[in-house]
Every structure is written in C-alpha cells, then in structure tokens.
Design a protein around this ligand. Structure first.
Ligand SMILES: [Zn+2]
Length: 211
C-alpha cells in the first residue's frame, strides 16, 4: 500500500519593514506563503499550488493580509480590528472551538470585519500562537475585552455564537459557553438573557440567507 496525502509547507518570500498595528511601531516583517504539496510516504513531492499569503510581524508574530504593507499608521481602526480578531481566536482556544468549521467561521467573521477576504492561514497562524503553552487566552480576553464599548462586545459575542454554532451543538452548551464569555467581557450575569437576545439578532442579521 502506498501512503499518500497532502501537506502544507510555509516559506518566506520577502522581508522588510512595516507599520505594525499590534506593536504600534515600525517592525520587521516576513511575507510568507503556504503551498500545498501532494505527499507520498509523508514526503512532499508535487506542489499543488499556493494556498495563501500573509505578512508575519517578526516582533509580535501577528499575522496580517498583504494590504497591511500599505497601512496608514494614523488609522487606529486597524489596531482595533486586529484586537477583536485576537479576542475571537483566544475565545476559540479557551473554549476548545478549534476545529475546521470553527476556523472557517472565524475567517469569515474577520473578513467581514476588515471588509476584505482574508486567507485561512491567518487564522491558523494566530491559532498556533494562542495554543502555545506560555500564551494565556483567558487573560487576553479579560484584559483586552474590557477596553471595548458594549456594542463592540455584543458584536464579538455574535461572532463567537457563529463560531460555536458552525458545528452542530445543543442549545444548552451554546448558552453555557456564551454566558461565560459574556462575563469575561464584563457583562453582569443578571443581564445575560437580554445580552443573548441582542446577540442572536445581530447573528441573524449577518446571515440574511438563513432563516
Ligand atoms: Zn508587531
């Protein structure tokens, strides 16, 4: 029997300096691409094509789309969007929602936030960082989540709800996870029913095709 499959290999294609929204400074970056290979006995033999490209900051190791290279440092907005994305990734790790469907759902939430399609590699890269033993996703949510206004937090919860429900789960489980996340973001426990109602509405609005 021949053991065959596919694998993704990452390689660097360019180096330079950019305005990193996460470091809020000029930092060195590496432009990386991930190529899919056909493997035989786990050895990559035939390149099947480039799956995605992303820019990695050599300082904070954050991942961004190539468009970041022409990012205007006066725009605070990008830094905020990156933080929201990282909170969602921290949410996925803390609540163990790291399957393929969760990743895809997070990818579409972040794409919607940025107003441009982002490669799935960006989510995978951030996920790897958040899964490292010295990273603390819970503390990240507690410290960064608190800095946002209530409407932004509700939006994050709606994305979290989409991530959870991208996989068949029972309502009780979904509620439990959202209740904990809602408290981590600083909503009082007594307000949860109200919060959940708004979140369900936002979540429905972002999927007009679904009833
Ligand atoms: Zn950085």
């Amino acid at each position: 029997m021949i053991l065959w499959g596919t694998t993704n290999l990452k390689s660097s294609i360019e180096q330079g300096e950019f305005n990193c929204p996460q470091c809020q400074a000029v930092s060195p970056y590496t432009l990386k691409k991930s190529t899919e290979y056909f493997t035989i006995y786990f050895i990559p033999v035939i390149p099947l094509g480039v799956r995605g490209k992303f820019v990695e900051c050599n300082q904070c190791r954050g991942a961004f789309t190539e468009a970041i290279l022409s990012y205007d440092p006066t725009a605070e907005k990008v830094a905020t969007q990156v933080t929201v994305f990282r909170i969602l990734v921290a949410f996925m790790v803390h609540f163990q929602k790291t399957g393929v469907t969760h990743v895809t759902s997070c990818q579409s939430a972040y794409s919607e936030l940025l107003g441009q399609e982002i490669p799935v590699e960006i989510v995978e890269h951030e996920l790897q960082l958040a899964l490292e033993p010295d990273s603390s996703p819970k503390n990240y949510i507690l410290s960064e989540g608190a800095t946002f206004a209530p409407d932004a937090k509700l939006q994050m919860m709606a994305s979290a709800m989409d991530i959870i429900e991208s996989e068949p789960v029972d309502n009780e489980h979904s509620r439990m996870v959202l209740a904990e996340f809602s408290q981590m973001l600083g909503f009082p426990e007594a307000d949860f029913e109200q919060v959940l109602e708004v979140v369900a509405e936002i979540s429905l609005m972002s999927k007009p095709g679904l009833e």
